[in-house]
Design a protein around this ligand. Structure first.
Ligand SMILES: Cc1cc2nc3c(=O)[nH]c(=O)nc-3n(C[C@H](O)[C@H](O)[C@H](O)COP(=O)(O)OP(=O)(O)OC[C@H]3O[C@@H](n4cnc5c(N)ncnc54)[C@H](O)[C@@H]3O)c2cc1C
Length: 546
């Protein structure tokens, strides 16, 4: 195997303190990201994980820029980026013809590329390593969640440990226990949505290839007539090949080692790759498109696959789960410090459910194209593919829709005080871009300059004398920090020089505009720094206090 995960002994429950502010059920990518985000906010948590190691195989492999930015803020972005490989673009084929070639934009202004390929197992291991070095978080390996009861003050969680059954008290519980969530079942919750009938055979192979790291998709290729094949490059010369199974094929037969090898060899021969490869991992997959109608049940929250499942073709599962974790962490932290309203905690569900529904619509579109669920949709898809061979205008329709940034424009935590606030490059609901800073700044990316609280990002020149005392008062209030761009302000600790004004232009900070940025880097308000009470009001609204 190219990846040898560390193995962890069973959690020793004897003599432990059985009260934790937060209990996270499930130490997958989402639970681990949440744990690290809580640790950065000074909140201790217990992660309950059934397994003795991180996940197998590649599973999620395409990490979106926003996900990388979150991990960067949590201190693991550089390690993940150093291991991962960037996408350059993709190609789509119909039968033996190329019908689309696209290149992902090269955007040097940002810290990370739009998409980076890295196996999920690496990401999880790096998160565990970082958590282990951070303090405040305990991972209870080989410990199984068995049940819970909650009242108005706390949650009592039943766990099965190596020492037998135990109970842990928590202020809040977050279910990050994946698609088959036991927490969801115990709470009697059902997801809404549907499942696709098409089955996929997913194979990781080790192959020395000179091909570019791009997403290649073959529809009805001669080597696998009637099906769809996808291929992605990953670190360590690992290539992921996804084969759609035809209705007349049996998945059990396809998984037999000789059949698996023969199928991969046939595909590689057809695309001109030398057929010396090793199969390192194989699994089967069926697309599901399901979501809970609420991600909160009292003191219990749902995140990642426990809350929503999307078809993998839009690479949105892990990516959106990471955003769930980052959205929830600061709200729980405020609640534990006694500063969160019920409205703030509810906003987690409102915001992430909105994002999940957007993701679901987009991922379904991708899945409908990859594996048309009805005869009508298949006829339509095939017509588009065959037209795309000769018609340039049709080609954008076959462009795969990958994870996209979802802005929270409709969130009730946002404030918009005047129509012009929406005219800038960024507005309330958008995510602050993680701009790569030149001129020898350390840290060298914008989001690493943000702390754990709300941040006012402004050009120091605009905080004039009239503002000085008010901003100081707000800063002393404890929930707000100040990051100035261009010129410092009073004793503000953080200031980024911006000699060519490029950062201010990208953020839209001219004409006295400032950005109120939440701890999860969403913009809560774009306010004019001209002396009115907007900033104070926006800060209260962003905390669910109206
Ligand atoms: C083949 C494949 C390819 C994918 N490709 C992509 C992609 O490219 N991009 C993308 O964004 N997403 C992709 N996904 C989806 C992605 O893998 C999931 O969305 C992601 O793993 C969800 O993370 P999670 O932490 O919510 O759940 P999981 O990763 O499933 O983690 C849940 C954890 O909970 C633990 N657990 C479960 N029950 C219990 C219990 N009772 N007690 C204690 N612990 C428990 C499990 O052991 C596990 O560690 C892919 C998925 C698959 C299967």
């Amino acid at each position: 195997m190219y990846f040898m995960p560390a193995e962890y002994p069973p959690w020793q429950a004897k003599g432990r303190d059985f009260r934790f502010p937060v209990v996270i059920v499930g130490g997958g990518a989402v639970g681990l990201t949440l744990a690290l985000a809580l640790a950065r906010l000074g909140v201790s948590a217990l992660v309950i994980e059934d397994d003795n190691r991180v996940c197998d195989g590649s599973r999620a492999l395409g990490m979106a820029r926003r996900t990388l930015d979150i991990w960067d803020h949590l201190g693991v972005g550089s390690r993940i980026a150093a291991k991962g490989v960037s996408w350059v673009g993709g190609r789509t084929y119909y039968r033996d013809k190329t019908i689309l070639e696209f290149t992902l934009p090269k955007e040097d202004a940002y810290r990370f590329p739009p998409l980076l390929n890295i196996q999920q197992c690496y990401v999880e291991q790096y998160l565990v390593d970082e958590i282990t070095g951070s303090g405040g978080i305990e991972i209870a390996w080989q410990t199984r969640f068995a049940g819970l009861e909650q009242d108005t003050d706390s949650v009592s969680v039943e766990i099965e440990t190596a020492d037998g059954a135990r109970r842990v008290q928590a202020d809040y519980v977050v279910a990050c226990d994946g698609a088959r969530s036991s927490v969801r079942r115990v709470c009697g919750l059902q997801m809404e949505g549907n499942s696709y009938s098409a089955e996929y055979l997913i194979v990781d192979i080790q192959l020395q290839s000179k091909s570019k790291i791009e997403r290649r998709a073959w529809f009805d290729p001669p080597s696998n007539a009637g099906s769809t094949v996808l291929m992605h490059g990953q670190p360590d010369n690992i290539w992921r090949v996804d084969f759609q199974m035809r209705d007349d094929e049996s998945i059990e037969d396809a998984l037999r080692p000789d059949a698996l090898r023969e199928r991969v060899a046939r595909h590689l021969a057809a695309i001109g790759e030398p057929a010396t490869f090793e199969i390192v991992w194989a699994t089967t997959y069926r697309a599901h498109s399901r979501v809970l109608s609420d991600f909160r049940l009292g003191r219990v929250f749902f995140a990642g696959d426990a809350a929503h499942m999307f078809p993998i073709f839009g690479i949105r599962g892990l990516n959106s789960g990471t955003e769930d974790a980052f959205n929830l962490a600061w709200k729980l932290s405020l609640a534990l410090r006694g500063g969160a309203t019920d409205q703030l905690l509810d906003s987690y569900s409102a915001e992430r459910l909105y994002a999940a529904r957007q993701n679901m619509t987009l991922a379904n579109r991708a899945a409908d194209f990859m594996t048309p669920p009805t005869r009508g949709k298949r006829l339509m898809r095939d017509a588009v593919l065959s037209l795309a061979v000769s018609e340039q205008a049709v080609r954008p329709i076959v462009h795969p829709r990958q994870a996209t940034l979802i802005s929270l424009y409709g969130s009730y935590l946002n404030s918009v005080f005047e129509p012009e606030a929406d005219d800038g490059p960024l507005r309330a609901g958008d995510v602050l871009p993680n701009i790569e800073l030149r001129d020898g700044h350390h840290p060298s990316s914008l989001c690493r300059w943000l702390g754990c609280d709300f941040t006012l990002v402004a050009d120091g020149r605009h905080l004039d004398v009239g503002w000085r005392d008010r901003v100081k008062k707000l800063l002393e209030g404890g929930n707000l920090t100040l990051l100035t761009i261009g010129r410092g302000f009073g004793g503000a600790p953080s200031s980024i020089a911006d000699p060519d004004h490029s950062v201010r232009r990208m953020l839209g900070l001219e004409d006295s505009w400032g950005l109120l940025v939440r701890p999860d880097h969403h913009i809560a308000a774009r306010v004019r720094l001209t002396g009115g009470p907007e900033l104070e009001r926006a800060l209260l609204t962003a905390q669910g206090i109206r």
